[in-house]
Design a protein around this ligand. Sequence first.
Ligand code: AMP
Length: 434
Amino acid sequence: MNNKETETKRAERFEDLGLIQPLLKAVKEKNYTEPTSIQIKAIPLVLRGNDVLGCAQTGTGKTAAFAIPILQHLYHERRGKSDSRKIRSLVITPTRELAIQIAESFTNYGKFTGIHNTVIFGGVKQKAQTDALRQGVDVLVATPGRLLDLMDQGFIRLKDVEYFVLDEADRMLDMGFIHDIRKIIAKLPVKRQSLFFSATMPKNIVELSRKILRNPTKVEVSPEAPTVEIIQQYLYYTNRTNKKDLLFHILQNSDIKHVLLFSRTKHGCDRIVRNLKKQKIKAAAIHGNKTQNQRQKALAEFKAGEIRVLVATDIAARGIDINKLKYVINYDIPNISETYVHRIGRTGRAGEEGSAISICEPEENAYIKEIEKLIRRKIKVVKENPFPQTEKPMTSNEKKEWEKEKQLRKKEFFAARKNREGRSKPFKLSRKNR
Ligand code: AMP
């Protein structure tokens, strides 16, 4: 949060937001001393029944900003009733990790309200989820695919939904969920309260929000660079071939006890983990090729301090909440500046201190300029760097050549492997092909 937000924040307390005792008690148990900016703005609006268009990223406290007032509505409506529970609130979010966290938040904040929730997501067997649904829930947190699947199978009906939340809308669209979202919206009752959250508000998101919201109030926290201002940011310029050694050098700093490291690709993640393990550094990867159980295990071990480096792709790490995470490392520089902001926003959450260390190879130098424009500040370049950048970025011709070379190497590699496995004849690259 930036200073401006902190100033607004001081003027308010949870007690001033019109919340009922069971919620105030739960917030106190979570040791939240004061509401965050988005909570101050959104909670009274949601309590009044307004539709809300929230521009806020994870780390700003937005989950509580929608979960707490929804719980209050549900609590009032449920009081004194003992009939079976119906899904009266639906929260859609793009990733399993985020879905689990949101459900945990509903459980924590709703601890003294008697409101029940459950969470459904793909990649695991559905039985436990359908069993939980059969028991009856007030709040359902879901990823789009599994929700539609269970709706098609007749396990879920949305006709009783009164409070609908679409979370991380920009990421939903990035992940190609637009058709799923449309199908879900079509099944919702017209009369409902809707809350729509997105870290960024490009045109297509605004258009989508218009289809969902009625007369919404816009709530925004620090539009451009949400949490980055309190994060110390460092940059190492190096060459691709030295990235691995530079990482080991960085990790020699014993202050870095736990770090979330980002890599663009799944294979990149696995390679980094292998290299770290060779150096006897405890590491694990989370990405789309890992099963849900593997991901949950890695995350749990990281949270328990058993793993020093958690290596993740952007999508896998999206929204995962690691309390008091102090360090983030960017093993590559994202070409989309907002992704940089999302990445480093994993640290410095809810006003805690945090550091982000980025490793940049010549090809990525231009991305740094874009990022600095977005965050409106220069990232501090680390001078004590045993592996400084020596190469220039490749020209477009050199890049083409390099791509060709890479393809050839790939073919060679797979041919050699097949050969070893004895499944086919050796593939030989003639000299003139190279
Ligand atoms: P979110 O943006 O919802 O992912 O929340 C980010 C983190 O902030 C989570 O770890 C929450 O538990 C924490 N948090 C939310 N609201 C508050 C608050 N008012 N005070 C302190 N921490 C909070």
